[in-house]
Write a new protein. Structure first.
Length: 478
């Protein structure tokens, strides 16, 4: 008998037919037990319309798996089967995990250097704009996208009605939060898969406060039902990250409620994806065990090393203000300042996320709706990404002194990356190992040029550099 085959870190899907019931989302539950040798995984199923119940699972081990279905419905209960997990296809590196405490890497050990961007409500636009967004992403280097599950309302910049609503009902007559709109979530699935095909991580924002439809006003029980349904649908996608909320503190929920929601994810997600929560003006307790990395909004980039040391976790500054020209202080950075902030974050041991808010005659701003990019920072962020990929993938740490002005990454005696920000110094003093010889390169981070110097260096030296901002120096052991 031929077995079904699914690649490692791919999606194995089971479809089961059930009877007609009043509320298929709550009247019938389905779960599956997957087994490989002594490894057991319990996976919740979900209702997908037309009397169809599905279970999605991401296998982590190659070989033969078996499964057993359990349900409170006799038509579905006790069915079983098996499948073969094959080696991963080219380009499939698995999920992104925390690597070496402060960094990220795929399941197979390949380093992952986040260079994210933001298009919160891109999936809630028309199909032509969605396609344009995906084409823009395909043409750029961004490898993580912050996006909301729920539609977004933010005045003149994003106020359109979405093509689908998440629940049955209406804004006028109320939403039935126990009955999900399957078409809405199938649409979400499709876009997450489209990002997967582009090797882009989908940073899924579960809750946000910018809402005119009332989707952010559910009770704890209703929100838990939503989380369970969302996780059941998406947890098998290897490119998913969970962001519990965007600007969580604006939603005025107690910490105990957020804890309940994180516990719901922990209980529902067999793939154990990365988890974070994003702040407005407040600050979440990132030392909580369910937080895998910091997702912060702050202009105080000089605190990056301190947050690493305080929480012992990776730091992503997901919102440090966007490149653009709108009349609001969160969206009018120059491209030069945007690139400076990226380099500042990376050379302080953190990571950054891009956003763009240039005025548009039809109010199609990338940060909200996607579409096209018009700024000058993306290609320079790609240049930084290439510099990072060429750095040692283990042992790289930022300098952190009491003065805390220097921006420097180094691996002891092997590699140094010095960044000088917006200064215009005519020379630079470097403290290299006196027992090693190094090749030096001058990096113009704005013009994206690298100039190799013609001699070898060691010890404490002073070298002449162009008297202009955005310069960096890379020293590599000869």
């Amino acid at each position: 008998m031929n077995l079904f085959a699914t690649e490692k870190w791919g999606i194995f899907e089971i479809e089961l037919k059930g009877p007609k019931v009043d509320n298929p989302f709550t009247d019938i539950w389905v779960t599956a037990e997957f087994k490989y040798k002594n490894h057991l995984y319990y996976v919740d199923g979900f209702y997908d319309g037309n009397q169809s119940y599905k279970v999605r699972f991401m296998p982590e081990f190659e070989g033969k798996w078996t499964y057993t279905i359990k349900s409170n419905n006799s038509k579905i209960n006790a069915s079983s089967g098996n499948f073969i997990c094959t080696p991963p296809a080219s380009g499939n590196h698995g999920r992104v995990r925390v690597r070496d405490t402060f960094h990220f890497g795929y399941d197979d050990g390949t380093p992952f250097y986040p260079v994210g961007t933001t298009a919160y409500a891109w999936i809630h636009q028309d199909n032509d704009l969605i396609k344009e967004t995906l084409n823009t992403l395909k043409e750029n280097t961004f490898n993580k996208l912050r996006m909301t599950v729920m539609p977004k309302y933010y005045g003149r910049y994003v106020s359109n009605e979405p093509p689908f609503y998440p629940f049955e009902g209406s804004e006028q007559n109320g939403w039935n939060r126990s009955k999900f709109n399957v078409d809405f979530f199938k649409h979400l699935d499709k876009q997450v898969e489209a990002l997967l095909n582009l090797n882009i991580q989908a940073d899924i924002i579960i809750f946000h406060p910018y809402d005119k439809w009332g989707f952010s006003k559910g009770s704890i029980e209703e929100n838990q039902l939503y989380i369970k349904y969302l996780v059941a649908r998406l947890s098998a996608y290897r490119n998913v990250w969970w962001s519990m909320a965007n600007e969580y503190d604006i939603m005025n929920k107690p910490d105990s409620e957020w804890k309940t929601y994180f516990e719901t994810i922990l209980q529902s997600d067999p793939s154990n994806h990365l988890k974070s929560i994003h702040n407005g003006k407040g600050w979440y307790n990132h030392s909580s065990s369910w937080i895998t990395h910091l997702s912060v909004q702050t202009p105080f980039l000089e605190k990056t090393q301190s947050w690493r040391e305080t929480y012992n976790k990776p730091v992503i500054n997901d919102e440090f203000v966007y490149e653009g020209n709108i009349p609001f202080d969160w969206g009018n950075l120059t491209a030069e300042e945007t690139v400076l902030r990226f380099w500042t974050l990376y050379t302080r041991g953190g990571y950054g996320t891009h956003g763009e808010t240039y005025e548009h005659p039809k109010n199609i701003l990338w940060w909200a709706k996607g579409g096209k990019l018009y700024g000058k920072s993306p290609e320079r962020i790609a240049f930084l990404h290439q510099i990072m990929k060429e750095a040692p993938n283990v042992g790289l740490v930022p300098l952190h002194t009491e003065w805390n002005k220097a921006m420097e990454l180094h691996k002891k005696d092997e590699y140094y990356l010095f960044y000088y920000g917006n200064s215009q110094q005519a020379s630079a003093i470097l403290h290299l190992s006196k027992d090693k010889l190094y090749t030096l390169e001058l990096i113009d981070t704005w013009n994206m040029t690298i100039k190799k110097l013609n001699k070898l260096y060691s010890g404490t030296i002073e070298i002449t550099i162009p008297q202009k901002p955005y310069m960096a120096i890379r020293a590599r052991i000869n």
